[in-house]
Each structure stands twice: as C-alpha cells, then as structure tokens.
Design a protein around this ligand. Structure first.
Ligand SMILES: Nc1ncnc2c1ncn2[C@@H]1O[C@H](COP(=O)(O)OP(=O)(O)OP(=O)(O)O)[C@@H](O)[C@H]1O
Ligand SMILES: CC(C)(CO)[C@@H](O)C(=O)NCCC(=O)O
Ligand SMILES: [Mn+2]
Length: 919
C-alpha cells in the first residue's frame, strides 16, 4: 500500500494496483480494456529496445550520436615488432586536433583539443529553426568547429620521452597543419606546434627528430598572461581564495579584472603586473621557488617524488628545526611589534645551535619547515610588489601550489599578514596550465583565438581520473583502456573513496605566522588528476536573453555546501545506482561489453561522488544541478547514450493512445475550466519522473494511464504554491485588467510520455488556439527520461494526427516535414496558424543553467513574452528563484520529501504553480 498525501488529501491504490476512483471528466475507462499500449505496465525495463516498434512509423530516424569511426585509409604506424602498434585513422575527423605545450624547468604541460562528433541527424530541424527564427550568423566561421574539449596533461620534464610517446600514440600532432584545419593525411612535414617555456627552445630539435614536427616558440610571459586572462574571463569559478582551510570561489567581473599581479610559481617564480590583454610587465621574480622546495627537499629528505615530500610536510612540526620568536624571547611574544612566540623568526635557525646532524631531524619536520619558508617568502615578495604598484589582487599560479591546502593557506596568510588585509591572494584551478593555455590560444588560424567568453563551459572532469594529471606509461586512448584504467583505479586508489575527516578551523593567534589549519588534511591524489575539468567548447552557448539579471543569476536553488544536504543527495544518488546501471546495461543490449561499461560507469561515478563528499568544491561551486549533470556526463563517458530510450518510447506510445480522448473532453469545457484543467494536467503528468525514487516505486503499481489518472484525481487546490488565479487573470483579464494575448511562449519541457503528451502539448495547444506562438524547449542530449529536441518533432507529428490545431501549428513551425506522409493537409488552415516550434536548450541534464543555452533558444527568446518552466529539475532544483524580464510560470510536482519540506514547507507530491509577472 502506498499513500500519497497532498495536504489534507489522501489517496490510495487498491491492492490490485488499480485506481478505485473514476473521474468522468477525464479519460473514459474504456482505455483500460482496449488492447492499446496504454495498458502496458509501466515496468518493462529490461525488454531492450529492439522489440519496440518505432512509434511514428517511418518518420523516426533517430541516429545514435556515438562517434563514428572513419576507417578509410587506416594503417598501422610504427614497426611491426611493437606489441600494440598504433593504428592511424587519417580520415577520422572528430579526433584530437590541436595541441600546445609549455615545457618548463620541472614539468611539461600539454593542452590538447579534441573535437566533438558532428550531430547531423539534427540538421533538418536546425535548418528550419534557423529560417524561422531568422538566425543568420550560425556559420560565421569558415572552418568546422563544432565544439570539443580541451584536455590537460602534464609530464616531468626529465621524462620528456613519455610526453613524446603520448603525442605520438595519440596522433595529436597530425592535422596540425596550420593552413588547413583538417589535414588530409598523416603528413607531418607541415606540422607546427606552439610551445612555450624554456624547453621550447631546448627541445625543439628533439621534437623534429622524434615526431618530425616543428616547434613554434611563443614567449613564456606572454603565454602566462594570455592563459591567466583567458581563464579568469572565460571559466566560471576559476579563481578562489583559500584561508584557514576554506576555499571560496570568487566570480571575477571580466570588465573589472585589471590591473592585477600574477605570480607564477614554477621552478622559479615570475611576478607580472597585468594591465590588460597582452599588456603586462614582468616586474620581479625570485629564484626561490618550486624547484627550490623540491630540489632542496629531495636532498634533505631523500624523498622520491614531489608528492611524497609534500605529504611528509603534513605530518611535520617545523618548530623542531625553525627558530621561533619564543625561542629567542624566552617563550614570550614580542607583542610590541605584533609577533607571537610561535612566529618563525628564522627558518632552519635551530639547526645552528643544536648539535645535530641531518639524520637527527625528522624528514617530516624538514619538509614542513622548507615549505613554510618558501611559501612565506613568495607571499612576502608578492605582497611587496603589489604594494609597489598599488594592486589589490594577486593571483598565484604554477604547479608548486599543486592544489595543496596548506601551501595556499600559508601564501594567503603571508599576503594577509603583510598587507594587513589590504591585498588578497587568489588561486587558479588550472594553476599549472597558464602557459600551456596561453600557447594554445596563440594559434591564429585555428579559430579558437577569438572565442567568446561564454563559449567554454567547464564540465566535470569526467576523463580526469585517467586523462588529467600525470601520465605514466602509454596513454589511455579508447574507451576500453579507460574502462581498464577505471577498474584498476578504484582497486588501487582507495584514498579516493575513503572519506576524509576535516580538521576544525584553527586560529592564527597574535598576528604571527601560526601553523595554518589545513596542515592535517590528507594530500589528495594529484590535484590536477581530479580538480582540473575538461573544458568543453560549445561554440553556440549564450546567456538566456530573458534573464532579468544575468550577473546575479544563480541556477541552483539548493547549495550543497551544507554538508547534511550533500550527504542526503549522495545517499539518494548512491541508492539509485544499481537500478541505473541495470537500465544502462539493458539499454545497450545487455552484452558483456555493456556490463563492463556499466561497471566502469558505477566506479567512476562513485569515485566522483566520494571525491565531492570529501571536498565539495573540488570541481568548482557545487549545486544539485551539477551533481545530476555529473551522472549524465558519466554515463555518456562510458558510451551510454540514451539509457531511457525504450522507457521513453513506451511512455510516449501509451500516452499518444489516449490523447484524442483527453482533447475531446477538454474541448467540451469552457475556457476558464479548461485552463485550470490544463494546468492540473501538467502538474499531474509531471509525476512521470524517473529521477525520483518515490515515483519509480510508484510505477510498479499500475499502468501509465492508471497512474496518470490517480495523479490527476488528487489535484486539489489550493496547491502548495498556487498563483493560478493570477495567471488566469493575465490570460482572460478581469474587471480591472485587460486580457493579455502572449505573442510567443517558451515552454521548457521535462519528461517523456504523459508529461509531454498529456501535460505540455495540450497546454501548448491552448496557447496556440489563443494565437500565441509556442516554442517547445527540450534537451539537446538525453538525461533520464527527459524528452529531447530530437525526439519531439516525431511526438508532435503523432499528436498532430489527433488534432487540427496542433497539426496546423506544427506545419507552420516546420515540424511536419518528415512526418507529412500520412497527413492530408488543408492549405487554408495552414496559412492562418501560428507556429509551434521545437528548439534545443543546449544542455543534457535534468536541470538547466540559463547562462549557457543554445543559440537557437537565445534566438527564440527574442520575441517571447512568456516563459513556462516545467518539472522539478528546471523549475525547482534550478530556476525556482530565477527572475525573468517577461512573465514566467513555474509548474512542478514535488517528488521528493526533503525538497518539499525545504522549498515549500510542504510534502511530497505537493504541487507548485508559481506565476511571476515580468520584472
Ligand atoms: N609531480 C610533480 N613533479 C615535480 N614537481 C612538481 C610536481 N607537482 C608539483 N610540482 C612542483 O611544481 C614545480 C613546477 O611547476 P611548473 O610546472 O609551474 O614550473 P615549470 O614550468 O616546470 O618551471 P619554470 O616555469 O620555472 O621553467 C616543481 O618545481 C615542483 O615544486
Ligand atoms: C626563468 C623562468 C622565467 C623560467 O620559467 C622562471 O623560472 C623564473 O621566473 N625564475 C625566477 C628568476 C628570477 O627572476 O629571479
Ligand atoms: Mn613554467
């Protein structure tokens, strides 16, 4: 027995899983007895989709978006003695296309770009939309940049052969001919790659010899500045402060970025005053840098790796070796000048007087003493230079920092201490890659140089465990290698999945250099392995033009920085996992390969979740939308392209089968009753959400139509949030107000099946009937059972068979081009109808960040005066607090008890109908 409560209303299922109530208003019972798909139980998950007939007959031509390999001209590269020779695919166009290097004294940083596969299946719909919405500038580039990803990799400079092997086996250096975006074949003669850092000079010949490629040298300082400027302008939450163990992201206004001080802590330290793009001066530097810490530390402690040295420092006590103020002042503070007894008076100073050898000091203590010495020194020199030029902001980059909390705290503390709080130290998430990014940006002809700020979107570092960070041995190329890696990664990398206790924030005492609080934290597996996201280049993402104030807009309603909240969602997502994996595997035919991928997905997603539990801000500011997106991205990473495909088809078929009856009943009503019934219908049908645990349990208890009717029947007003009367007044007018005819409405749709077919389409139809153009806004990529923009035209075409209004409007909107075959059109009706259109929203998650929408949605928004956001993901988890320049209606059923309590002080299955007039 399952009880659904909505305020005072309660409704229960009969034991047989059938609904006891019968509402004559909607859906005559006859549908229960007909042999149509509406009576299929919802639960039939494992059927795979092979035995599912395509819903719209021959009009469905959904093609998988899995990258297609072009095998023409394939040849084995290298000698035949090699065990796993690389196979070169010279005509493979969506492969890696560009790379740039920063070869420093300690590390080689490599940034490379891989293009995204072309999604041609969507072309027809796109063409129509472009014509309709008058988008003219979509092909403003003459070269085919279709989006892609920027990847970040690093190697130790003394192991340069690993870097050469990596480039070679990934074949990144092909297709680098600057005169052509796509090189025709494996011809490296013209290949030129951009490189900066000292090694660009030192190793140029080696690159020519080993790979036959020429290095084009770019100035190191130029690149550092270009990289920093790009990141600070283009990547949200790139910069953060780090004080007493607390990381806080800073959103830099790109119009208010300059001047600033850039301190790059590599082997040595460069200090650069930056006044604009390409406008800078290297004002200082110091030879006491990262190389000093690592070099001296290695000699003094016999550590074998930088990380080992850093890890030692975390267990160290520097007071055994440093001379403190208290050591000099007999245990007292020197309070007159603001120095506490525990302040370091002289780094390593104790070693003078004690009769000890190196072996007598703990390596841990030496490492910490060294780390503090160097960090404070750099902090102090940086501060002095900031003071010299009156700069308030200091950004620190370079791999010395290595995402290490204590290092950052120490530098921050030094800056804060010396400037008395006047200057602020900030760090960059892509800390070590500034130069490499700058070199990458310096390609003039690759078209990436003029990228608009918003065109890069940082996604979760999906590939990060295996492609970010250090690379040892052969690179991981294909999916198969990724999976193997994932299997090993989780077996070995227990430190990633183990939760980490956070030390309580400490105090810093009397203004002296106390030990910052984050010392005790574990050293996370190389920060760049998990911290640096892959930057996705999406050439056509824009800010949604109808946002009232894009600057203050925050998509996430729930901030997961509250640990209890994060824990809750962690549990929810973990509990969903095995179900999801089963579905994912079934969606790919249940093969052994699919099982292996499913397993790897579960491991990868779990590792990410564990990582986030340990450090919620690891990938930038974390909201629920990000977590849900992470899951979808993880699935895609392991080539699960549409897990819910067959469920969606089944739900659509079942709903289409009863659409006609629903429309007939609606048409018998008067306008006002009909509007209410339509809104009720949207809310009721929003129950079909495979992202909600409670609902999924519910689906086992009845057919789609039974559940839909049950849900409708309990629609008792007032809803928990109920602005319906206000909306009605806007639509129909009142004694005081004139009615309003909206010109164009954007309907952000949610799930498949009843939700779209019996909820949103009838509402769209009503708007169309009233002369409002309707744009259905759907996901670009599959997420849960959300309907996608690619699927919608077929659904609309099916629905149009049952309704003249929909048919005329769909025709006018160009939606029926493929599906016209069976429809006899009447030209008269066609010409008078306002259009019904479909646009993609640019995202592939159940939530939507309106700062990153597709250009077609942005274009469609231009003439829109009504926005309807439907569903929990789009209207509650995100955008519940979003304000718009036009009227906005937010409709959702809350299918999660915790969210209901938190957001609307209500209960699960309560409904939200929030109407907000234009601000
Ligand atoms: N895995 C690592 N191996 C070696 N050094 C590391 C590692 N991780 C962090 N470091 C630190 O980072 C420093 C190198 O930083 P970075 O790569 O920014 O400089 P670089 O470009 O090699 O040097 P420079 O710019 O002075 O030529 C090292 O000297 C060391 O202190
Ligand atoms: C020599 C470079 C620029 C090489 O990256 C760097 O290591 C550095 O800035 N060193 C510090 C040299 C100095 O200014 O004292
Ligand atoms: Mn460098």
């Amino acid at each position: 027995m399952d009880h659904l409560t909505d305020g005072h209303q309660e409704l229960s299922f009969g034991n047989d899983g059938h609904i006891n109530t019968h509402n004559p208003l909607l859906l005559d019972d006859k549908t229960n007895h007909s042999p149509n798909p509406a009576t299929c139980p919802v639960r039939k998950e494992d059927s795979g989709d092979k035995d599912m007939a395509p819903m719209a007959g021959n009009s469905i031509h959904r093609s998988s978006s899995r990258p297609q390999l072009d095998l023409s001209g394939a040849a084995i590269q290298g000698t035949f003695e090699e065990r796993d020779p690389t196979i070169l695919l010279p005509n493979q166009s969506d492969d890696i296309s560009h790379l740039a290097l920063d070869i420093g004294g300690s590390l080689i940083k490599l940034v490379y770009f891989s293009r995204r596969e072309n999604q041609t299946a969507n072309d027809e719909r796109k063409k129509i939309i472009k014509e309709r919405l008058g988008i003219t500038n979509v092909n403003r580039r003459s070269y085919p940049i279709l989006g892609g990803r920027l990847h970040f990799v690093k190697f130790e400079t003394h192991k340069i052969h690993e870097c050469l092997d990596f480039i070679y086996s990934k074949q990144i250096h092909h297709g680098m001919d600057l005169r052509h975006w796509q090189s025709e074949g494996p011809n490296t003669e013209n290949t030129v790659i951009k490189a900066t850092g000292g090694g660009a000079h030192k190793y140029a010949d080696l690159f020519k010899e080993r790979l036959g490629i020429s290095i084009e040298k770019e100035d190191e300082m130029n690149c550092l500045v270009a990289g920093a400027n790009f990141l600070l302008k283009a990547i949200r939450h790139e910069a953060f402060t780090h004080m007493e163990g607390q990381k806080e992201f800073v959103q830099i206004d790109s119009n208010d970025l300059f001047p600033y001080l850039l301190v790059n802590i590599g082997s040595g330290v460069s200090i650069i005053k930056v006044d604009g793009d390409g406008v800078f001066q290297r004002v200082s530097g110091t030879n006491v840098g990262g190389g000093t810490y690592w070099g001296l530390g290695k000699l003094l402690t016999k550590c074998k790796s930088f990380d080992e040295l850093l890890e030692l420092s975390q267990r160290g006590d520097n007071s055994t070796i440093d001379m403190l103020v208290g050591d000099i002042y007999g245990g007292m503070d020197y309070s007159k000048i603001g120095l506490s007894a525990s302040t370091i008076a002289s780094s390593f100073g104790k070693a003078i007087s004690e009769n000890k050898e190196l072996e007598d000091y703990a390596p841990e203590d030496i490492s910490l003493s060294l780390l503090r010495m160097i960090s404070y020194n750099i902090g102090q020199i940086s501060y002095l230079n900031a003071l010299r030029f009156g700069l308030k902001r200091i950004f620190f980059g370079g791999f010395f920092i290595r995402g290490h909390a204590y290092t950052m705290d120490t530098i921050s503390f030094a800056v804060q201490f010396w400037s008395k709080g006047q200057a602020q130290a900030m760090f960059l998430r892509h800390e070590g890659f500034l130069g490499a990014i700058g070199a990458f940006m310096s390609y003039e002809k690759h078209g990436l140089d003029d990228l608009m700020v918003h065109q890069f979107v940082e996604r979760f570092p999906m590939g990060a465990p295996y492609i970010g960070g250090n690379v040892h041995g052969p690179p991981l190329g294909d999916l198969n290698e990724k999976i193997s890696w994932m299997e090993k990664f989780v077996l070995k990398g227990t430190e990633i999945t183990a939760p980490v206790p956070m030390s309580p924030p400490g105090t810093t005492g009397l203004g002296g250099f106390e030990v910052p609080s984050s010392k005790g934290d574990i050293l996370r597996p190389d920060a760049s392995k998990l911290n640096v996201g892959v930057l996705h280049l999406v050439p056509s993402l824009e800010v949604f033009p109808l946002l009232a104030d894009p600057k203050t807009y925050e998509p996430n309603t729930i901030d997961l920085s509250d640990h209890g909240e994060l824990e809750y969602w962690f549990t929810v997502l973990s509990e969903h996992m095995s179900d999801l994996v089963d579905k994912a595997v079934a969606s790919e035919g249940g093969t052994d390969d699919a099982k292996r991928r499913g397993d790897a997905f579960a491991r990868a997603f779990s590792a990410h979740l564990a990582r986030l539990m340990e450090e919620p801000a690891a990938y930038g500011k974390l909201g629920l939308a990000n977590l849900l997106e992470l899951r979808e991205e993880c699935l895609r990473e392991f080539h699960f392209l549409d897990v819910y495909r067959s469920i969606k088809q089944r739900e659509n078929e079942a709903s289409i089968a009863v659409l006609h009856d629903l429309l007939m009943e609606l048409d018998l009503m008067n306008e006002e009753t009909r509007l209410l019934t339509l809104i009720e219908g949207v809310l009721a049908a929003n129950i079909f959400d495979w992202g909600s645990r409670a609902c999924v349990d519910l689906y086992h208890k009845g057919t789609i139509i039974e559940i839909y009717r049950m849900s409708r029947n309990k629609m008792q007003r007032p809803w928990r949030v109920d602005d319906f009367d206000l909306f009605k007044e806007r639509m129909f007018g009142s004694a005081e107000k004139k009615p309003r005819k909206y010109k164009r409405a954007l309907l952000f749709v949610d799930n498949s099946g009843a939700d779209i077919v019996l909820g949103m389409l009838p509402l769209a139809r009503e708007l169309l009937r009233r002369g409002t153009e309707v744009v259905l806004v759907a996901n670009s990529l599959p997420a849960l059972n959300d309907v996608t923009a690619m699927e919608l035209p077929d659904i609309v075409a099916e629905a149009a068979k049952h309704c003249d209004i929909l048919r005329g409007a769909a025709e006018a909107g160009g939606l029926l081009v493929d599906a016209m075959i069976n429809i006899q059109d009447s030209p008269r009706e066609r010409s008078v109808s306002v259009p019904l259109m479909v646009v993609e929203n640019g995202c592939g998650s159940p939530c939507i960040d309106l700062r990153q929408v597709s250009s077609e949605l942005a274009a469609a928004a231009k003439d829109a005066d009504l926005v309807i956001l439907e569903g929990m993901g789009r209207a509650l988890h995100t955008n519940f607090n979003a304000k718009f320049k036009c009227d906005a209606l937010k409709l959702a059923m809350v299918k999660n008890q915790r969210l209901a309590a938190k957001l609307i002080n209500g209960n699960i299955y309560n409904c939200v109908c929030r109407f907000e007039p234009a601000t």
